[in-house]
Design a protein around this ligand. Structure first.
Ligand code: ATP
Ligand code: MG
Length: 264
């Protein structure tokens, strides 16, 4: 389908199209399409823009990534379909290892996603031969690489499941999440929850990484002063404020009336 650029929801339709194409190519699973819908609903509530609290979290994430000794970016099907070049750019900049990690794991799908990430330019991509398991998680979801997530000190997990986020935090890692749902277990468990859309969040984190790589004092200050609870509270307050503004807005006139007026 050709989506006209003038469509008011052009960006959103393009993202859906990308995901459907990735599903046909065996990169995204149907469950991933449902998860995307949940994210879109929250993006509506947030105004489809990076909020001020998200910006604070993105800067904090950059600071922890810059200071990390073994940073890893975890990638699943949706992330590969929507933001492979953004992930690759951040991985190169840090540098960080990319590890493909799938909730609904099959070797064929891991192989396809590894290829996407390599083609996008990520310097090191793991996922094919996991040699470790994350404690407190069952079955294939626990699989990890010793050189990757298993021994990482800081893990960036875009669009991650709550259980896995919690298991990584329990291993003592600094877990940075990107999830549009501020109420998800992921957002509530992560050390640095970023409540923003993945394609908006990643380039912003990368921009802050570039700035902070040249400023170790500022990086250290941010790592000490970042307050995850305060930041998440600011996200909830933002939502409350936005809904309040919408509630006070005068009622929209019915479309027919508006059009008749415009023609006069
Ligand atoms: P949890 O297990 O953390 O309580 P969940 O079960 O909803 O939450 P998943 O089903 O794994 O988590 O889905 C991942 C989450 O990613 C979705 O809930 C959604 O909010 C979020 N999400 C989906 N698409 C995007 C996107 N493009 N950018 C950011 N977040 C997204
Ligand atoms: Mg879940």
């Amino acid at each position: 389908m050709r989506i006209p650029k003038s469509h008011p929801r052009y960006e959103s339709l393009i993202r859906r199209e990308k995901l459907v194409r990735a599903w046909k190519a065996g990169i995204v699973v149907p469950e991933g399409l449902i998860a995307h819908g949940r994210g879109e609903a929250f993006d509506y509530l947030l105004g489809e823009e990076t909020t001020a609290p998200a910006l604070v979290a993105e800067k904090a994430a950059a600071a922890f990534l810059v200071r990390a000794k073994r940073p890893v970016i975890s990638v699943n099907g949706n992330v590969a379909a929507l933001a492979s070049s953004e992930v690759a750019r951040l991985a190169k900049r840090l540098p960080a290892v990319v590890e493909v990690n799938l909730f609904h794991r099959s070797d064929a799908r891991v192989r396809r996603i590894v290829r996407i990430m390599r083609d996008a330019g990520a310097p090191t991509v793991l996922g094919l031969r996991p040699d470790a398991t994350i404690p407190h998680l069952e079955s294939k979801r626990a699989l990890a690489h010793r050189r990757g997530i298993y021994r990482a000190d800081v893990v960036l997990v875009p669009l991650e499941d709550g259980d896995r986020t919690e298991a990584l935090v329990r291993m003592g890692k600094t877990v940075i999440s990107i999830d549009l749902n501020p109420l998800s277990r992921t957002s509530r468990m992560a050390s640095v929850p970023i409540v923003d859309e993945v394609r908006r969040a990643l380039p912003t984190v990368e921009k802050f990484v570039r700035e902070l790589q040249a400023d170790p004092d500022e990086t250290a200050r941010i790592c000490t002063e970042y307050d995850r609870r305060g930041n998440l509270a600011a996200v909830y307050s933002f939502l409350e404020w936005r809904l309040g503004v919408l509630a006070r807005r005068p009622k929209a006139k019915p479309r027919a009336t508006r059009n008749r007026r415009a023609r006069r």
